[in-house]
Design a protein around this ligand. Structure first.
Ligand code: KG4
Ligand code: ZN
Length: 343
């Protein structure tokens, strides 16, 4: 049997993603972002994101079909992100996917967004996903550590942020430094030439007392507050703020915590693979430190191309294709927004 041809729809945050795959072959990956509309608010506004999805979905589906040369009749199934994410944003994608599936009389598969990020690696033709693997997913909306033993049947959440997501911390600290939104790329740029050891910012949930309950959890709100306080004190003393040093030291603290916990999971669970995903993977220092520590620990590091790391529809389609190939039943038309992981 030929690998299934699946159209995937992703609307959990600010990216409207429509992708088409045949099994693990990427045929189209169309992404429309409403980031510009959120910029003046300094963060993603749920209502604005939902409206933007409503406007962008139709044209994005057309564009994905045109780019792939696939017609709706050829599709074997539709896959859609059912959670986790912004409820209103998710509902737009789920509603559209159900309508499409009904109109073309094809089955629909509801998929988990986080597992979708792991599935993105299937589409990286150079070296496809191997399991078991630890997955570190970091974006503006999530910071999660997973162990993936089987993509469609055995994914376990080891830990996640108990307050801000890592990308959110970049966005908030950028604001403290007077840099525009989104803050990640701005801080990456501002850190050039800065000394990452100039200021020792706190590493959240890494103290001995955190080891039992929060070994794989993250916390970035204390770090954000520490940066804000440090900058305020400088300003109050009438001294200039060394932006490059602050940016480099902050970025180092985030990367250090993320990589330390991910490598600890690899070591503790005896899993010699680490996969990175999410928009924060664009961070140069995070990738560098992950490579260094993975090499030292004998862990194989996988970093898919950035176009597959940020939110997209192709990863959702790829996971849908895996579900079909594993013989899973379609989801039917009565599912809602849901964030459970496959058992
Ligand atoms: O996955 P993504 O595109 O989508 C959402 O979360 O919606 O991630 C966006 C997040 C933003 O918070 C942004 O500041 C962060 O990823 N980001 C970065 C970098 N590029 C984007 N964070 C750190 N360093 C970067 N170079
Ligand atoms: Zn995501």
């Amino acid at each position: 049997r030929e690998a299934p041809l699946v159209l995937g729809i992703e609307t959990s945050c600010d990216e409207t993603g429509v992708g088409i795959v045949r099994g693990t072959e990427l045929l189209a990956n169309v992404i429309a972002s409403s980031m510009d509309e959120h910029a003046r608010y300094g963060g993603v506004v749920p209502e604005v994101a939902a409206r933007a999805h409503l406007e962008a979905l139709g044209p994005s589906i057309d564009a994905a079909l045109a780019a792939s040369g696939v017609s709706l009749d050829d599709l074997d199934a539709v896959a859609v992100t059912s959670g986790p994410g912004l409820a209103g944003a998710l509902m737009v994608g789920v509603g559209a996917a159900k309508a499409l599936a009904l109109a073309i009389e094809k089955p629909i598969y509801a998929v988990n967004h986080l597992v979708g990020h792991v599935g993105a690696d299937l589409l990286d033709a150079d070296a496809p996903l191997e399991t078991p693997t630890i997955a570190l997913l970091v974006s503006g909306g999530h910071t999660s550590l997973l162990v993936v033993r089987d993509l469609v049947s055995d994914v376990e959440l080891l830990g996640e942020t108990i307050d801000d997501a890592a990308g959110e911390a970049f966005d908030k600290v950028a604001r403290v430094l007077g840099l525009p939104y989104p803050g990640g790329p701005e801080i990456d740029r501002a850190a050039i030439g800065g000394d990452p050891r100039a200021i020792r910012f706190p590493r959240g949930l890494t103290q001995p007392k955190d080891q039992a309950a929060h070994r794989y959890d993250f916390s970035f709100s204390g770090l954000k507050t520490a940066v804000a306080r440090w900058v305020e004190q400088r300003e109050a003393a009438g001294e200039p703020v060394p932006i490059a040093d602050v940016a480099a030291s902050f970025r180092e603290a985030v990367a250090d915590v993320l990589v330390t916990k991910a490598i600890a999971a690899c070591t503790d669970l005896g899993v010699p693979r680490l996969l990175l995903g999410g928009g924060v993977v664009a961070n140069a220092r995070l990738r560098e430190l992950a490579q260094e520590r993975a090499d030292a620990a004998g862990v194989a590091l996988r970093v898919p191309p950035l176009s597959l790391c940020t939110d997209n529809g192709a990863m959702i389609a790829a996971l849908g294709a895996q579900l079909i190939m594993a013989g899973h039943e379609p989801s039917g038309l009565s599912f809602g927004a849901d964030s459970t992981l496959p058992a």
